[in-house]
Ligand binder design. Structure first.
Ligand code: ZN
Length: 181
């Protein structure tokens, strides 16, 4: 009798421990899933910063008359793309970004300053279409900051210096940038 009683207690204890273990393992696997997702969220094309650089003082000589440069930088790898623009119109910014993202993949987050070409409906729609989260505030990429700070002095000599530093020539910077991009 007593042996049978102990046996039943052991069985019920074993059963309740099993249930507890199952609950714990489901919590553990849930946690594991969350952690791995968080790690995956930080990598190439997770956080891309964009910035416009003014080249109006030195328009290119090609038939497209590029006046602006869109600097696109992946925050994780620091990899940069330089896209030439005719104007800093939101449609041109969005379509240039779209063709770039089709080649390399769409970014999860797009970080720009509060410029109207980035906050427009065209850009909001573009980001919604490709499930890109927009973040506003001064981009942190250092190479653009240095270029922009110098471009803000807006004298033709300063832009010429940037072009020289980049190893480009004033007349065909556009072609050379196209090759570099
Ligand atoms: Zn050009």
């Amino acid at each position: 009798m007593s042996y049978n009683g102990i046996s039943q207690q052991v069985v019920s204890l074993f059963t309740s421990l099993r249930k507890l273990h199952q609950q714990q393992s489901s919590i553990t696997s849930h946690r594991k899933k969350t952690i791995s997702t968080a790690i995956q969220a930080y990598g190439f094309l997770c956080h891309v910063e964009i910035d416009l650089i003014d080249f109006r003082k030195l328009p290119c000589n090609c038939s497209n008359h590029h006046n602006w440069v869109l600097h696109v930088q992946d925050h994780f790898t620091k990899y940069s793309w330089i896209l030439r623009l005719k104007h800093k119109e939101t449609q041109e910014v969005a379509s240039s970004l779209e063709s770039l993202f089709w080649m390399f993949g769409f970014s999860t987050t797009l970080h720009s300053d509060n410029g109207k070409e980035f906050k427009s409906k065209v850009m909001t729609d573009f980001c919604a279409k490709h499930k890109i989260k927009q973040v506003f505030g001064a981009p942190r990429n250092t190479s653009t900051r240095a270029l922009v700070e110098r471009a803000h002095r807006t004298s033709k000599e300063h832009i010429s210096n940037i072009i020289k530093e980049l190893g480009l020539s004033p007349n065909n910077w556009c072609v050379k940038l196209g090759e570099a991009a």
